[in-house]
Design a protein. Structure first.
Length: 91
């Protein structure tokens, strides 16, 4: 009935980020998964503002998301924009 409590993977982002990451595999539509992943990266950017460049992009935030995710994000259509030469539009 209750969610198992444990320490968040990132204390600045908190437990909600862990729950958001765990929800990605249950989202059926790929475009919705991608948008949701961008929200997670946006949360990382807000929690770690020193990782964000002046233009709003953050390679460190995307790398951190790929490191913390309990699955391979690419299996769900989520691509690191810095690996593929795309624009980081996560907010």
């Amino acid at each position: 009935m209750f969610l198992k409590q444990r320490k968040p993977r990132d204390f600045d982002c908190g437990f909600n980020m862990d729950l958001m990451m765990a929800a990605i595999p249950r989202i059926a539509e790929e475009s919705e998964r991608i948008e949701y992943a961008k929200r997670i990266v946006g949360l990382i950017k807000q929690s770690h503002p020193n990782w964000v460049e002046e233009d709003g992009q953050s390679k460190l935030a995307w790398d951190y998301y790929f490191e913390l995710a309990p699955y391979d994000p690419e299996e769900y259509g989520i691509r690191n924009p810095f690996v593929y030469g795309e624009v980081d539009d996560a907010q």
